[in-house]
Structures are given as structure tokens and as C-alpha cells.
Design a protein around this ligand. Structure first.
Ligand SMILES: [Zn+2]
Length: 77
């Protein structure tokens, strides 16, 4: 089992007032929660975490924002 790179568990705080809270996971469609990293190498960085234990999807907020902007620009013709 190889690990590494994943930021899950206790070293994060839950963001309750973020509009991204509950945004659907791309892999399993479960609403994700927004958390803020408390780890020294990424302190304060927000990320989306999938609560589904079979999926455990993870995405940085900045990547999710970038994707949503790209989708919006594609939609406008
Ligand atoms: Zn998921």
C-alpha cells in the first residue's frame, strides 16, 4: 500500500460558510466538505474532501475554482 500526499484526518478545520460546501464529488456524486489545511507545508490552503470512505476524493480549492471557471468559459458561446 502506497500512501503519501493525502491530507485527511485531524490536521484540518471544517469551513462551514463556504459556498463550495456540498459541491458534488466527481467520482461518487456525494456532497463534499470544505476544509482548511493545518499542515505546515500547506497551511491555510482550502480543499474539498469527499466524506465517502470508499472514495475519499480530494481536490484543492484552487483547482476546483480553476475547473469551474474553465467550464463557464466553455459554456458561453
Ligand atoms: Zn467521492
Amino acid at each position: 500500500m502506497g500512501g503519501g500526499g493525502e491530507i485527511v484526518g485531524s490536521k484540518a478545520t471544517l469551513e462551514k460558510n463556504c459556498p463550495w460546501n456540498g459541491s458534488p464529488c466527481k467520482r461518487c456524486d456525494v456532497g463534499r466538505v470544505v476544509r482548511t489545511s493545518q499542515q505546515p507545508h500547506s497551511f491555510g490552503e482550502k480543499f474539498l474532501s469527499c466524506p465517502n470512505p470508499k472514495c475519499r476524493g480530494f481536490q484543492w480549492m484552487k483547482d476546483a475554482l480553476k475547473e469551474s471557471i474553465e467550464q463557464q468559459t466553455q459554456r458561453t458561446t
